[in-house]
Design a binder for this molecule. Structure first.
Ligand SMILES: C[S@@+](CC[C@H](N)C(=O)[O-])C[C@H]1O[C@@H](n2cnc3c(N)ncnc32)[C@H](O)[C@@H]1O
Length: 349
């Protein structure tokens, strides 16, 4: 079992722990001959690619997955003893990958240590050591926006190492784990998922204008819209946090979205984080489409059922595509049993 293997054509894919099997289906759709070797932990799968890494990356560029949050290649693996001597084994693994480097492109190292605690070294130690190795080979380190990533995934028995273009990994963050610091004035944890969606789907704010926030309470998303200078109509039967309710740029309508729509006016941005069945929410977004400006953006979280999860996601996306051009759909790191969808009105480009 403890073997050193080079020239592998494997991948590690990551999803929410409860969505591993949906992610596996998406990988299999992209690579028909894919063979799952192991679940390294819930939601983190290791498998052998039939078509190779470049074909998987190309398939996901054509049809981005919803449940797979992150992929990285595995080109080499080394046994681990969970002792400081592991680090010299990792050095050798990286040496093996140096011929694959794009010399003109910046890189960073992303390490994950799976299987709980007890590691004699930290992620940071591995990142730093391997980054120094690649730098001494002549490539430049760029931690925040690298063009290529050296991914290192350590389990209790093995390290899996691979090099890829950052854009092919589906997320700039190791395992897609995008964490944000709590901000002063933050109203809800839901703010994190909007921040993550804005970053991942590259949502551009108009700099002013009007926004509609459906299912707004307690007001985290409304607060973020206000930080972008937007006036907000916040629709929710529930109370808003006093700091949001007292903001003169917020009009709180204490009613259901069903009652409010169709709105008799147009918005630059429509958000929907309603606690509502995915299909019902998608149907409401069809009603809302007429209230979105042609250049406008809509973002919606679809709450998925425990059974028929992937089917409910697919059917809701189908419904939404009747009125919108879907620019991104993903189960974000900050999504629980839901996915987040970014859209523009059809013909709105
Ligand atoms: C997850 S919370 C929204 C959190 C909010 N995005 C934030 O950042 O604070 C879901 C909200 O949806 C609201 N909701 C559920 N059904 C609704 C409906 N039919 N119309 C309007 N709001 C609804 C609930 O009252 C609840 O406040």
């Amino acid at each position: 079992m403890h073997t050193t293997t080079d020239n592998l054509s494997w991948t590690i894919f990551t999803a929410a722990p409860a969505s591993g099997r949906f992610a596996l289906d998406e990988i299999r759709e992209a690579d028909r001959g894919f063979r799952l070797l192991d679940w390294l932990e819930p939601g983190v799968g290791l498998g052998e690619l039939a078509g190779g890494w470049d074909l998987l990356a190309a398939a996901f560029r054509r049809k981005p997955p919803v449940f797979v949050r992150h992929i990285c290649p595995v080109q080499t693996s080394r046994p681990l003893a969970r002792s400081p001597s592991d680090l010299s084994g990792l050095d050798q693994a990286v040496e093996n990958l140096i011929p694959l480097l794009e010399w003109e492109q910046s890189f960073s190292v992303q390490t994950r240590l799976l299987g709980g605690g007890g590691w004699p070294y930290q992620r940071f130690d591995v990142n730093q050591r391997l980054a120094a190795k690649l730098q001494s080979a002549g490539v430049s380190l760029e931690v925040s926006r690298p063009q290529q990533v050296l991914s290192v995934v350590c389990t209790t028995t093995h390290a899996y190492v691979g090099l890829s273009a950052a854009a092919d990994n589906l997320s700039d963050w190791a395992g897609g784990e995008r964490r944000f610091k709590r901000e002063a004035g933050q109203v809800s944890r839901a703010e994190f998922k909007l921040l993550e969606a804005i970053e991942l789907f590259r949502v551009v704010f108009p700099g002013g204008g009007a926004a509609l926030d459906l299912g707004a309470a307690p007001g985290g998303w409304t607060r973020l819209l206000r930080t972008h200078g937007m006036r907000v109509v916040a629709v929710d039967p529930a109370e808003l946090h006093p700091s949001v309710a007292s903001d003169p740029g917020v009009l709180h309508l204490r009613q259901s979205a069903q009652k409010y729509l169709p709105a008799g006016r147009e918005f630059d941005i429509i958000l929907n984080d309603m606690r509502l069945d995915a299909l019902d929410s998608a149907r409401l977004m069809l009603l809302a489409a007429g209230s979105l400006k042609r250049s406008g953006t809509a973002l919606v979280t679809l709450k998925l059922p425990g059974r028929g999860t992937a089917q409910a996601a697919a059917r809701s996306l189908d419904l939404l595509s009747q009125a919108y051009w879907i620019t991104g759909a993903r189960q974000l790191f900050h999504n629980r049993s839901e996915i987040t969808v970014a859209m523009q009105r059809t013909g709105g480009r």
